[in-house]
Write a protein of this length. Sequence first.
Length: 289
Amino acid sequence: MLRKLTPYFFVAPLMIFIAVFTYVPILTSLNLSLRQWNFLTPDMPFVGLRNYEELFASADFWNSLWVTTLFAVFSVPLRLGAALAIASWLVRETLPARLLRGALFLPSVTSTVSIAVVFSWVFSTDYGMVNAVLATLGLGRPQWLQDPHLALWVLILVNTWKQIGYDIVIYIAGLQAIPQELYDAAAVDGGRRFHVFRRVTMPLVMPTTYFLLVISVIEAFQVFTIVNVMTRGGPAGATDMLVNLLYEIGFELFDIGRGSALAVILFVLLVALAILKSRIIGRKVHYEA
């Protein structure tokens, strides 16, 4: 009997940790989303689905959902496409390639707040480095973080710069796992570099791409720090992401019920996206060469 229970004793600490910090908060948020609470009083009257109805009737919610979707649609392909291209070049085991890998990976482990503050200076209208260069070239001084048409693109660029190093390292690991014999066979058959990349590299690196796609989409829908530091959702709501709206509702307006409802909606949305990606892309993933 003890021998049968031994494996469960080994996994028990991890399961308890996951339960306390994952499942309990999810259930707590679900409970709070059905109540009205403002942090200041112990009373939490049950209001049913009213918090959800108010969110779905709010223009701010639909704007945040649209902005977050745009951010994900443009940032994820940019991240993964650039990461795969750079990884294909840095996969070779040379000293410059190794040094460049470390340099590109460094932003992914750097404080997001620090990165956001630095890029706020870089894209500053009056004294930013970007506008200083453009002014030298006679191209004017765009208001990068104050223009509703430009602010979101700046955030996409900054987020890509921070996250791409991680993607590159993962892609390099995936590329190194592809047997060299396949490339040798393609070379003997006279395959051109583009065709070899399309017919050999892309299919065999799909497991890595699928993994990075899942985590990058989740990260895109949960982006907060860069937005909160650089634009705070402005200008005119052009960068007001879902998590930023959640923070405003829950911790600035102290409407915990509506904030929890938004958290539940975001959770359901991410689960639905994960299932959709599994159905559409998961079938094209090959785990054996």
